[in-house]
Design a protein around this ligand. Structure first.
Ligand SMILES: [Zn+2]
Length: 148
């Protein structure tokens, strides 16, 4: 979640509508303290989008930088190849492509199997009949117990 601190000036909306800021916002139903707030601080991405559409324009017509800002906000870096990409879904993807996903999965599986194999070795050592204490190796047990 990125904080929405970018603001878009109301004067551009007013200019497109050929009105004063006050008249433009009033025409769009924004009055009172809300209007003062909008004029003083500018519009958030959401407010700019909503008001532009209400005025009959695509927000990028009024604030072209809004598109770039959105791309910057949503772009991610692929966990496999480190290339920037725009997720097509809700943004849970970590990879730019299925190929990168597969490569990362293959690598993860390989590392998992290596760890599992290593754990199995230790288990075999620790399961060996010894004095009952856990040792690094079966040979390091001072009092080896014979099986049976
Ligand atoms: Zn990638």
């Amino acid at each position: 979640m990125t904080l929405d601190i970018r603001r878009y000036p109301v004067d551009r909306l007013a200019a497109v509508l050929g009105m004063t800021e006050h008249a433009a916002l009033a025409w769009l139903g924004i009055t009172g303290t809300e209007q003062l707030e909008y004029r003083r601080r500018g519009l958030t991405d959401y407010q700019a989008d909503r008001l532009a559409v209400k005025a009959g324009f695509h927000p990028a017509v009024i604030w072209p930088e809004l598109v770039e800002d959105r791309i910057r906000r949503y772009v991610r870096v692929c966990s496999a190849c480190s290339e920037p990409f725009l997720p097509v879904d809700s943004g849970r993807r970590h990879y730019c492509s299925h190929a990168c996903y597969s490569a990362a999965k293959k690598d993860r599986d390989r590392r998992y199997m290596a760890v599992k194999k290593e754990r199995g070795k230790h288990r075999a050592i620790n399961d060996a009949p010894t004095c009952g204490n856990v040792h690094e190796t079966a040979d390091s047990c001072p009092e080896p117990v014979t099986a049976g």
